[in-house]
Design a protein around this ligand. Structure first.
Ligand SMILES: Cc1ncc(COP(=O)(O)O)c(C=O)c1O
Length: 412
């Protein structure tokens, strides 16, 4: 059993190897890959610089459970590029990063509740497994957990509001503000863009109410811009969660942000009741850090985010053109470096409008693409190594896949 995505038996596969933007399976299929390990492989599979860094570090030691040189260098890189990052604490994965950011915020503010946005995914832990589906209208703020096994008492501490609705967040904060430790947001939520002023409005609201603003930059970090969404949109949070790219395709994530907040996790801190426990056996792993350094080296040298933007824009244009020729309602939402095809004509500005798109068509489109040798999930990750040839293959597959979706009567 693996992950949260299942395929029909005729499409399920076992991966054997990858090179560049291509991937192969045990039954000899070849895919153009837009899943890319769910995002980390921004330079494609087995990039020589990343492979070489891993080999070199493997010979020098794979783990120390102590401060180590690659981790220190990666932390410095994060501090150099990510605007909020005065300090960095490494953790194991993106979910741990959002989990610890929330624990830090509660300890720092002495408050219990958190605000998150409808449809936002921040990992597997109990707090953020709320509000992943659309509300039923009757209870739009407090939600039942989306996973079994989560205590109902905990659900009372998670408040869910619609993305891009500053008025709703403001109204909520007028009532709940004194109890709210943090507003947690993925600045481009999955692939839904923030409207102008929304992120800045949240920043001002947090400043007014004393809640911390946490950006989940697990996807956007070093992808949208080297400094992530906070650089791209010019809004600096108090803390951010980083993951995926910073580990170069190996397990590694981080909480970065204000020193006075992160210092609550320092061992040996004086006991004033605000110290938090934050540790894990493999945290700050040197092998992951070496891979992350190599990957970010290349992104810096090649102006990676601009390259991703250009390649992503070219792919999106091809998909839009296919849809136009087939008279299919279609739009590609998101930043070109990661985007999502939606079969809809109305604008997508929050999870409710996203949910009103033809989700059955979107799911089937992924499967039809896989049948034609293009591996995609709902969100497409672009790499710096997708070639003209990959894009041409993608276009040919997309045209046929869209036609199959249309002919199956899946469009609204
Ligand atoms: C925005 C966002 N936050 C957090 C996570 C969780 O990261 P991980 O799967 O490394 O735990 C993900 C994973 O896809 C994500 O997309």
């Amino acid at each position: 059993m693996f992950g949260s995505v299942g395929y029909p038996p005729d499409l399920a596969f076992v991966a054997t190897h990858g090179a560049g933007a291509r991937m192969w399976s045990t039954d000899g299929r070849e895919f153009v890959d837009y899943v890319l390990g769910s995002g980390p492989l921004v330079l494609g599979h087995a990039h020589p610089r990343v492979v070489e860094a891993i080999q070199r570090q493997a010979l020098a030691g794979t783990h120390f459970y102590s401060m180590n040189e690659p981790a220190l260098r990666l932390a410095s890189r994060i501090v150099e590029h990510v605007p909020c990052a005065e300090a960095v604490k490494f953790v194991g994965d993106g979910a741990q990063a959002t989990f610890y950011a929330l624990r830090l915020a509660r300890a720092f503010t002495g408050r219990t509740k958190i605000v998150k946005f409808e449809g936002a995914y921040h990992g597997h832990h109990d707090y953020v497994q709320h509000g992943l589906s659309a509300g039923d209208g009757a209870n739009t703020v407090e939600r039942k957990a989306n996973s079994a096994g989560i205590p109902p008492e905990l659900s009372k501490t998670v408040l869910v509001v619609p993305f891009n609705d500053l008025e709703a967040v403001t109204r909520l904060m007028e009532v709940e503000g004194p109890d709210v430790a943090a507003i947690l947001i993925e600045p481009i939520q999955r692939a839904i863009m923030p409207e102008p002023g929304f992120l800045a409005g949240l920043r001002a609201l947090c400043d007014r109410t004393g809640a911390l603003l946490i950006f989940d930059e697990v996807v956007s970090g070093f992808r949208l811009a080297l400094g992530g969404a906070q650089e791209a949109f010019g809004v600096t949070p108090d803390l951010c969660a980083l993951g995926k790219i910073i580990g170069g395709g190996l397990p590694m994530a981080a909480v970065a942000g204000r020193r006075d907040v992160l210092e609550l996790s320092l061992p040996g801190r004086r006991d004033d009741g605000r110290s938090i426990y934050l540790s894990g056996t493999l945290n700050g792993n040197p092998l992951s850090a070496a891979a992350g350094l190599a990957m970010t080296d290349v992104l810096i040298e090649e102006n990676g985010p601009a390259k991703l933007h250009a390649i992503g824009a070219a792919i999106a244009e091809q998909l839009r053109d296919c849809a136009r020729r087939l008279s299919i309602p279609f739009t590609m939402i998101g930043a070109p470096a990661y985007a999502a095809p939606v079969f809809v004509e109305h604008p997508v500005r929050d999870f409710a409008s996203y949910a009103r798109s033809s989700q059955g068509a979107a799911r089937q489109f992924c499967l039809e693409m896989m049948k034609r040798g293009v591996y995609v999930h709902s969100k497409w990750y672009v790499s710096t190594v997708h070639t003209e040839d990959d894009i041409a293959k993608t276009r040919a597959a997309a045209f046929e896949a869209m036609r199959a979706v249309r002919d199956a009567g899946l469009l609204q």
